[in-house]
Ligand binder design. Structure first.
Ligand SMILES: C[S@@+](CC[C@H](N)C(=O)[O-])C[C@H]1O[C@@H](n2cnc3c(N)ncnc32)[C@H](O)[C@@H]1O
Length: 691
């Protein structure tokens, strides 16, 4: 039934209950559902049933069924209401050959059983030997390769338990992890397994919360990861004044954040808070003859207060705005950037642009201020300003400019230049429909070739892509500035692109799903959602208009250096092993105490732009200056072919080139620190913008 009626948070609406094996699964499931939970997380096999591998048994040995029958539930119940749990004793990398052998056999057996039941997902215990789980990973990888659709959720503690912090497992990970200090950071356990399983998209994480949450930075890392659920033990609830369970403020905030990101919650453990007293006369609720039913019902009643609390946190998340609802379908969805120069846009694309009132009112403000600056009050009646909208589309910038002229009480003569013959039809119709006769002249032409009958005072255009110059605004405006008066103004006057490294398992995997190099060398427009920036943005390329240089060169190149300082990252060194472990301080080769900082995985770069329309009137999707309530542009994503591991504070160096040929413009990019990547998109072989 979900935690609440709202449907704006995807799977977050669903809550599960972690149940022990010993319970009657039929009754337990029924009680959990009655209590409000949507599914149970149940052991596949009794957690203490350690059985020898069949290969270790003498031939002909009778083997009892290793678990209960599938007939207990219907296949619909197994697949829709049960998440399986793999036995916790399994240790495929154990130093004991017998345990390792039995573990491997048991893991395979349990995963096969879960697949037989058509479970949607199976929760796996954390690697018992942190950062030394190659055998475990190998079996998971094997299973992922053969399972049709079942997901594997790796359980990872949010903060390292003391035992793991004291482990001396060595990383040597393909993800770049090295040094035993990393064993104290559970994200590293996940990262190593994820690399070993080659970033498989069906491998996800269940984060186990404890009473103490790790640093903000450590929690933020999960934003870019495939976090499927958070496990909330009843033991971490405090008791509020009225005797009800409640979570600390930090836990509440983290859970709220999880819900916002579509992460489900699973309650685990027995009730630790007395339920509110039942109304008088309700004692007979436990009917005769049903001990199990009675026990389950009592348990159900006592867990209801936790469910209600989770539901309360879910429901109190601020309402999703109408615009956010519209954008929801685009979250983390890769789109090819538009090519308005090479292609002719469709009616529905223009319609989408035109819904963005903020964009046009910002343009109106820029034109308004420009008109006031250029035409003094005393010339308002006698002087007519020539304004040309180049790339007029279906006319919204013409309309915005006319509104500005009315507000400023300055006269305008407008030319609307548009090369898309279909959009020209709309413009021509609007001349009559909107009363533009005598004021607006429609010009069906490419601005780079049109011979204007007179010079313009103001050139208004919106040829901007998510990365500013990527829809070839520079090339178009350079061609159009021939008919701008020497003292004329271009709106926009300038625009700058920005870049920042990000972590986003989903985006990178979606690019990888194309299974070719081409898509790793393509920039995508995307509404970033499950991601985390790894450093503040930096400026990339700036273009100014008009460009009066003697010879115009729109090629650019830049080297950017980012220090990995994600928001919320504390930047503080944590000694390892932690003082609480009681172990002597470890030292590295150069005899300094080892430290442990959260590390990150970089999956590529997010790009944005900020355009200066006129003086201080800006149009921006650059996060620090984003124009409020403007939704015309999503950021751009430049993937990297191989994600790279970056310790917090470490340097990342990226190079970006804007290249131009006779018929196309393209970007190339490469990482040179901490590791060199191949140069992406050499010669524009995978992705270019046609001139
Ligand atoms: C991003 S759309 C903006 C349309 C409109 N100004 C708006 O805000 O809805 C860019 C428009 O410029 C037109 N365009 C692009 N390059 C052009 C060129 N060289 N000459 C004329 N029109 C061009 C495209 O056909 C498209 O209609």
């Amino acid at each position: 039934m979900g935690l609440g009626k709202r449907t704006d948070f995807g799977d977050a609406k669903y809550a599960g209950l972690d149940v022990p094996f010993s319970c009657d699964i039929v009754q337990t499931l029924e009680s959990a559902l009655q209590c409000g939970f949507d599914f149970v997380m149940a052991p596949l096999v009794h957690p203490r049933y350690r059985r020898p591998a069949p290969s270790a048994l003498p031939r002909g040995t009778f083997q009892p069924p290793f678990t209960r029958s599938d007939l207990l539930l219907t296949s619909g119940q197994w697949s829709g209401q049960v998440v399986g749990k793999v036995s916790p004793w399994i240790d495929c990398d154990s130093a004991s050959p017998a345990l390792a052998r039995d573990s491997r056999a048991a893991l395979q057996q349990e995963l096969a059983w879960a697949a037989h039941l058509s479970l949607q997902a199976v929760a796996l215990p954390p690697p018992p030997q942190p950062l030394a789980a190659a055998n475990y990973a190998r079996l998971l990888n094997q299973a992922l390769g053969s399972l049709a659709s079942m997901a594997l959720w790796l359980r990872i503690p949010a903060a390292a338990p003391a035992a793991a912090a004291g482990s001396d497992g060595d990383a040597g990970g393909l993800g770049g992890s090295s040094g035993s200090s990393l064993a104290g950071d559970p994200w590293e356990w996940w990262n190593q397994l994820r690399f070993l399983c080659h970033h498989n998209t069906r491998l996800g994480v269940v984060l186990e919360l404890g009473a103490d949450l790790p640093s903000e930075g450590s929690l933020l890392r999960w934003r870019g990861e495939p976090l499927k659920a958070v496990l909330v033990p009843t033991s971490i609830f405090q008791t509020n004044k009225r005797g009800y369970p409640a979570l600390s403020k930090r836990h509440q905030e983290f859970l709220g954040e999880c819900f916002r990101r579509g992460v489900q919650v699973v309650l685990s453990g027995a009730a630790q808070h007395a339920p509110p007293a039942p109304p008088a006369g309700n004692a007979a609720a436990v009917g005769p003859g049903g001990e199990v039913a009675a026990a389950a019902a009592v348990q159900q009643d006592s867990l209801r207060v936790y469910w209600e609390y989770l539901s309360y946190i879910f429901r109190k998340i601020e309402a999703t705005s109408e615009q956010e609802m519209v954008e929801m379908g685009y979250r983390d969805y890769l789109q090819s950037p538009l090519q308005p120069l090479q292609d002719n846009l469709e009616s529905q694309t223009y319609e989408t642009f035109e819904r963005d009132g903020m964009k046009y009112s910002t343009y109106e403000e820029a034109v308004y201020r420009c008109l006031l600056d250029r035409v003094p009050e005393e010339e308002a009646e006698s002087r007519t300003t020539v304004l040309m909208v180049v790339g007029a589309g279906r006319g919204p910038l013409v309309a915005a400019s006319l509104r500005a002229s009315v507000r400023a009480r300055r006269k305008l003569r407008v030319f609307a230049v548009e090369k898309n013959p279909n959009a020209v039809v709309t413009l021509q119709n609007r001349v009559v429909a909107d009363g533009w006769q005598g004021t607006v002249t429609i010009v069906p032409a490419d601005m780079r070739e049109w011979e204007a009958p007179e010079q313009a005072d103001i050139l208004v255009s919106e040829l901007l892509g998510s990365f500013g110059d990527n829809e070839l605004s520079p090339e178009c405006l350079d061609g159009a500035q021939r008919f701008l008066r020497p003292d004329g103004v271009s709106i926009p006057q300038a625009y700058t692109s920005y870049l920042q490294p990000i972590t986003s398992h989903k985006l990178w995997n979606d690019v990888r799903a194309y299974d070719d190099v081409e898509h790793f060398e393509t920039a995508f427009v995307v509404k970033l959602f499950k991601f985390c920036p790894l450093a503040p943005t930096q400026e990339v390329f700036t273009f100014e208009h008009p460009n009066r240089s003697h010879s115009i060169d729109n090629t650019r190149s830049i080297r950017l250096q980012f220090d990995c300082t994600p928001p919320g990252g504390t930047g503080k060194l944590r000694p390892w092993p932690p003082a609480s472990s009681g172990l002597p301080a470890a030292t590295c080769r150069c005899c300094r105490p080892l430290v442990c900082l959260p590390s990150w995985l970089c999956h590529g770069f997010a790009g944005y732009f900020d355009a200066r329309l006129y003086k201080d009137v800006h149009l921006s999707i650059h996060p620090p200056t984003h124009t409020p309530n403007m939704f015309s542009w999503f950021p751009i994503y430049f993937p990297v072919r191989t994600p790279f591991y970056v310790p917090q504070g470490a340097r990342m160096e990226v190079h970006m080139w804007r290249c131009a040929g006779q018929h196309k413009v393209w970007y190339e990019w490469a990482v040179t620190q901490p590791l060199a990547s191949p140069i992406h998109n050499p010669g524009g072989r995978s992705y270019h913008v046609g001139l």
